[in-house]
Design a protein around this ligand. Structure first.
Ligand SMILES: Cc1cc2nc3c(=O)[nH]c(=O)nc-3n(C[C@H](O)[C@H](O)[C@H](O)COP(=O)(O)OP(=O)(O)OC[C@H]3O[C@@H](n4cnc5c(N)ncnc54)[C@H](O)[C@@H]3O)c2cc1C
Length: 641
């Protein structure tokens, strides 16, 4: 059966050329300005109030545009970004340890296994320093050194310290900054905020994104909302795996609906599996918990040298421990990038060295750090993470090593956008984790917050004006096209409620997650992916016959919300497997067992796969390739040894 067909190649038409150091400056200058009086006549819808959406809404409103902002949580400041723990990167070189914009650019292109665009990554590195200044000005309480300078720590895949942090709550503090900036504009009447509203469809008129269909999650009312441009900042889709470190509500609906309306979806198979999560403990769980990567600054990862060793960690002498990351990757040690650390953990567990229930765990040990720095210093840096670990596992990580195992954490794929962050639907912009733009096949730690805030505070506000300058666009509120989109949303909700089958939404989601983890997780094979596609199709058919959604559509109904999201996850899951199947190479988080080096490392095939895979929706998806070129960071085999 034909799984996909190949279409014409695509290009990023918005990307400037010339010296990389001045591309962003030149693009900003070339983008048309909108005069302040005209900005008041232009409306922008922003879906999402996480770091990307919050920053964008506040900045656009501050500039004078009318903003309508939507989130499904009960408050904008409960967006999933609040969960981010470890920190945010910026090329400030406060440590004077050799960092620079160029080095952050280099580390990110290499860390992404040469599957990201150089222009975008350079801009990200360039803008990174502004983010810290902006957030400090907002009052974000970054950790400081004794002398008052902002403190830094290291994250994986780098040999410098460039990660700014606020204990283990960096996302929360940054989000409070963005939220306060939004609140100021809500009070000023420039942002209309709609919490507990879920976007269920994109409205496209005359080929342009002109609005969204939303459901008020409290009353169930479905309405159409119009604007001159739409920005999606709706986060990542890791919850397609059911168990992930993402907040339970994270989903793909906003971007998937836009995909169905014509926006290309890029690199859907690029998923990040984070090496340091609390291992799964049973079927009662609905999510997994991250232990921040920052812990690898001081924690040492090890397993017993002897397979099947069941002694307590304290009874295993030093010479019977295998500090396998330090042994295998002496240059980066415990700070190798996430994809490498995750695979190494899986391999030692597969070989029988794993610890804890089912042998699916490795130790993250702070004994040396506590002996060297003292308990107080460790507590200062990581106190809330240690407390979280103890509450969940009942074990005291100050006394016994943490047990950790890889879990799904982040999705590098997302809607395809050009350099301006505009999708293939004119007027639809996509920012933050929802787009695919900057991280290639593997994201470096502490770079998601950087990207979300770069997009929201600095990039989008400069690029969207080039589009808005061509507006305002004609009124569309009376059009029959709009009425039919809304009717289609209502029909779909009605259909979900009417099936009245005998299986819960969660049971379908859990089964889908198991299929994805087994066959499209840490290791992928042609055979497994082919099997997964058949299983997903079968399960999706069953879903539309047997799902039971209790309650009605005219009330708060979380089963109905979840049913719609799981229905979209089914379609996404299939595309992820097709993408993973067609990419017959290993790169970053995408590890194809058929493509590995003699010592088990990822083996890329640059001659065949040095492109972004951008998929068009259809009964048979169409693949459009955007070729990647590297003028500055030349593709090489990644080595962290
Ligand atoms: C546990 C954890 C820790 C992390 N720690 C770090 C870290 O230390 N450093 C780092 O750089 N990265 C970290 N990350 C990654 C980072 O937190 C996320 O990538 C980032 O916060 C995503 O921000 P965002 O603004 O793109 O989306 P989100 O914060 O996920 O926000 C999405 C928004 O979209 C809204 N939304 C979604 N769909 C709809 C819809 N259909 N209708 C209406 N609204 C919708 C939501 O309500 C929400 O407001 C971590 C991730 C996790 C899971």
């Amino acid at each position: 059966m034909e799984l996909y067909r190949e279409g014409d190649p695509i290009r990023d038409e918005a990307a400037p050329d010339g010296p990389i150091e001045t591309r962003w400056e030149r693009r900003k200058f070339a983008a048309t300005l909108v005069n302040p009086a005209n900005r008041r006549k232009l409306t922008v819808i922003v879906v999402g109030t996480g770091l990307a959406g919050g920053a964008a809404a506040a900045t656009l409103a501050e500039a004078g545009y009318r903003v309508r902002s939507y989130c499904y949580q009960d408050s904008p400041r409960r967006a999933h970004s609040i969960a981010a723990q470890g920190g945010i990167n910026a090329a400030k070189n406060y440590r004077n340890d050799g960092d620079s914009v160029y080095r952050l650019f280099y580390d990110t292109v290499k860390g992404g296994d040469f599957r990201a665009r150089e222009s975008n990554v350079y801009r990200l590195a360039e803008v990174s320093a502004n983010i810290i200044d902006q957030c400090v000005a907002q009052g974000v309480p970054f950790a400081r050194e004794y002398g008052g300078l902002l403190d830094n720590r290291s994250f994986g895949g780098t040999q410098v310290s460039r990660t700014f942090y606020a204990r283990g709550q960096t996302g929360q503090q940054l989000l409070l900054g963005a939220y306060q900036a939004m609140e100021r504009q809500i009070a000023a009447g420039n942002i209309a905020m709609f919490a507990r509203h879920e976007m269920l469809e994109l409205i496209v008129v005359d080929g342009r994104a002109r609005g969204i269909v939303v459901r008020d999650l409290v009353t169930g009312a479905v309405s159409t909302e119009f604007a001159d441009a739409v920005v999606l900042a709706s986060g990542g889709y890791g919850n397609v795996f059911f168990l992930s470190t993402n907040a339970k509500g994270c989903n793909v609906t906003a971007t998937w609906r836009a995909h169905r309306k014509g926006a290309l979806f890029a690199n859907p198979c690029y998923t990040q599996i984070h090496p340091t999560c609390i291992p799964e403990s049973g079927t009662h769980q609905s999510k997994l918990t991250l232990m921040s990567e920052s812990l690898r600054n001081d924690g040492r990862v090890w397993v017993p040298r002897t397979a099947g060793d069941t002694r307590a960690p304290g009874d295993i002498p030093e010479d019977e421990r295998d500090y396998y990351l330090e042994r295998m990757y002496p240059a980066f040690g415990n700070l190798v990038p996430r994809d490498i650390a995750s695979r190494a953990a899986k391999n030692v567990c597969d070989e029988g060295h794993g610890v804890g229930p089912g042998g699916l765990g490795v130790y993250l040990d702070f004994a040396d750090a506590i002996a060297r720095l003292g308990r107080h210093a460790v507590e200062e840096k990581y106190g809330n993470l240690f407390e979280m670990y103890q509450r969940i596992t009942g074990e005291d990580p100050y006394r016994v090593p943490m047990r950790i195992y890889p879990a799904v954490h982040y999705t590098m794929g997302g809607l395809w956008v050009d350099y301006d962050l505009q999708s293939t639907i004119p007027g639809l912009f996509v920012i933050g984790e929802a787009n695919f733009s900057d991280h290639g096949a593997n994201r470096l730690g502490a770079s998601a917050l950087m990207q979300g805030l770069a997009d929201g505070y600095f990039v989008l506000p400069n690029t969207i004006r080039d589009y808005l300058a061509t507006g305002p666009f004609p009124d569309i509120s009376d059009g029959s096209a709009v009425a039919s989109v809304r009717a289609a949303v209502e029909d779909r909700l009605g259909k979900l409620l009417s099936i009245n089958g005998d299986r819960t939404v969660d049971s379908f989601h859990r089964e889908l997650g198991r299929i994805m983890w087994e066959y499209c997780g840490m290791e992928r094979t042609e055979e497994g992916l082919t099997k997964a596609i058949a299983l997903i199709r079968g399960l999706r058919e069953e879903f539309w016959i047997r799902v039971k959604v209790p309650g009605t559509g005219e009330e708060l109904n979380q089963n109905l919300e979840r049913a719609g999201r799981v229905a979209d996850f089914f379609e996404l899951a299939e595309l992820m497997c097709i993408d993973a199947l067609h990419r017959r190479e290993s790169c970053g988080g995408h590890f194809r067992a058929e493509s590995q080096t003699a010592d088990g490392e990822a083996l890329r095939h640059d001659d065949e796969f040095s492109y972004v895979a951008a998929w068009a929706y259809g009964p048979v998806p169409t693949l459009h390739k955007e070729e990647l070129t590297f003028e500055h960071v030349h593709p090489s085999t990644r080595s962290y040894k």
